[in-house]
Ligand binder design. Structure first.
Ligand code: SF4
Ligand code: SF4
Length: 190
């Protein structure tokens, strides 16, 4: 084999997943155990095993369907699939990578935008206070998603039961948390 053959780059989406996360979709033999155990597969447009099958074909239209799917946003990273998979196909990091690519390539499924708003509001809260500040999370999520009045009547009883506090609890060394976010962003841009 010539030198250049050794350096062939696999530009398929599955090739990029392998390179960035180490997950090989080629190992999957379609037993379907991941889909059977996934707690949210019924809500997904493609259950995990079908998502993998689409990646295995390497067809551009299938890759497009994967990046535009709702499935990648429904995944909870619960790891039920990897626990059941006889081939140890580690689906959660693959889903993480696909979400990242879906945003980067501006292919996010419009029906999933609220989920992304929630993800961002959640991460903002952790970055700012080092903990989950529920009140800030709710306000941030509602502002991003424009779901301003949804569930608003629940707030008084949640305050009364002590489930919501007005002021955030803040960890001692917030600077470290901000540095973790900064480093993660820097690594992602490499
Ligand atoms: S990690 Fe995602 S795909 Fe796997 S079982 Fe959980 S929700 Fe389903
Ligand atoms: S459980 Fe593993 S081998 Fe079976 S379909 Fe899912 S990813 Fe493929």
């Amino acid at each position: 084999m010539s030198e250049s053959h050794n350096h062939l780059v696999d530009n398929s989406l599955s090739g990029k997943i392998k390179k960035e996360t180490g997950v090989s979709v080629a190992r999957c033999y379609q037993c379907g155990k991941c889909s059977a155990g996934c707690p949210v597969s019924v809500d997904m447009d493609y259950p995990p095993s079908l998502l993998i099958r689409k990646l295995q074909t390497g067809l551009p239209e299938h890759e497009e369907q994967v990046l535009r799917s709702k499935s990648i946003w429904f995944c909870l990273s619960c790891e039920m699939c990897i626990a059941r998979c006889p081939m140890e196909v580690d689906i959660p990091p693959m889903m993480d990578y696909l979400r990242h690519e879906s945003i980067r390539l501006k292919k996010v499924n419009p029906a999933s935008k609220n989920i992304i708003s929630f993800h961002k509001a959640f991460l903002d809260s952790i970055e700012q206070t080092g903990k989950l500040y529920e009140m800030g999370l709710i306000v941030d999520y509602k502002t991003r998603s424009f779901n301003l009045m949804q569930d608003v009547m629940l707030a008084p009883s949640m305050f009364a039961k002590g489930k919501l506090s007005i002021l955030p609890e803040v960890i001692k060394n917030r600077r470290n948390m901000k540095q973790i976010f900064k480093n993660t962003l820097k690594n992602k841009q490499k």
